[in-house]
Design a protein around this ligand. Structure first.
Ligand SMILES: [Fe+2]
Length: 313
């Protein structure tokens, strides 16, 4: 089975891959694809201790880890790993069971054709923040945007297959969907414009992306993944929640069912992924309900008591 998940940013968001109700089911025959911002090849000089530790840890998982690159990768180092032919395409072998799916390649995995095209524009550093010189080569690399050659290579590979693949794995999305999800905060760029073109010319079953740090199906065929691990072909809405990974965040406005006729709206003050004293198997939230005295402590509620995140945000 092939699974798809979102950004891990080195060890920062790797938690979803630790042992949990979903990863326990992933076997040695399976693959987990990360939709960019892998981030475990990050130091600009060498594999430092923390990277080594987590890369070896990933290599020791039962499954094989695959990833497309995002915008938070140290590209010169990523490109320094050996290039190998693997399942019809080219990969950088970071470890025998940790492989970077190179840009524009099409892989045949378990009878599925998968088009990989990493890369995305950074919005938190580099030119977007006007500080290219300060971070270039340390926390930001211009290679985050694919070159014309890489894009053309991808187009040629797709064309050779009649512009038809089963799945597309990228870090960012076509401009239209990127603007929809970021409400204009991320302006169009070369990658999103390329994907805009791809979306109009390529036939596919499902498109998965990362980058936006949320779990959402934008259309029936396009999903953004972050803290879910989704069997390929499925949508976010069909995927299993990972216990211990909170669905809501601090400052979210939520509707909570406190009793049969008692539904209240409040704001999340604190998130406890495993409940108070880490003794529970679902997240708890301290919620301040509107109308309660401001000095009063919030009320602890279980995740299952929250009906939904309010659209008032
Ligand atoms: Fe990210």
């Amino acid at each position: 089975m092939i699974y798809v998940t979102g950004d891990i940013h080195g060890s920062i968001d790797i938690r979803k891959l630790l042992e949990n109700n979903v990863t326990k089911k992933i076997t040695a025959n399976d693959y987990v694809i990360i939709c960019g911002d892998f981030g475990l090849v990050w130091n600009w000089k060498k594999e430092v201790r923390n990277e080594k530790k987590w890369l070896n840890w990933l290599n020791d998982r039962p499954w094989t880890t695959l990833f497309v690159d995002g915008n938070h990768e140290c590209f010169p180092r990523l490109y320094s790993y050996p290039v190998k032919e693997w399942k019809g395409g080219k990969v950088h072998e970071i470890r025998p069971k940790v492989l970077h799916l190179m840009r524009g390649e099409i892989f045949e995995i378990e009878g599925n054709s998968i088009f990989a095209m990493g890369g995305a524009a950074s919005h938190d550093r580099g030119p977007a923040k006007g500080d290219t010189d300060a971070v270039i080569g340390t926390g930001w690399w211009p290679e985050e945007i694919a070159t014309t050659e890489e894009l053309d290579y991808g187009l040629d590979n797709l064309e050779a297959r009649g512009n038809k693949v089963d799945y597309i794995i990228t870090h960012c999305l076509p401009t239209f969907y990127q603007e929809f999800i970021k409400k204009g905060e991320f302006p169009p760029d070369q990658m999103s414009e390329f994907f805009e073109y791809l979306n109009k010319t390529v036939e596919y079953k499902h498109w998965y992306s990362g980058h936006y740090h949320c779990n959402v199906d934008i259309t029936d065929k396009i999903s953004v993944v972050f803290s879910r691990i989704i069997p390929i072909g499925a949508a976010v809405r069909d995927s299993e929640l990972i216990i211990g990974i909170p669905k809501y965040r601090r400052n979210d406005t939520v509707l909570v069912k406190l009793g049969e006729d008692n539904i209240r709206m409040g704001i999340v003050l604190k998130v406890e992924a495993y409940g108070p004293f880490m003794k529970h198997d679902e997240p708890y939230y301290e919620v301040h309900f509107y109308g309660d005295e401001i000095e009063k402590h919030g009320t602890m509620v279980k995740e299952t008591m929250i009906i939904e995140k309010s659209m008032m945000d």
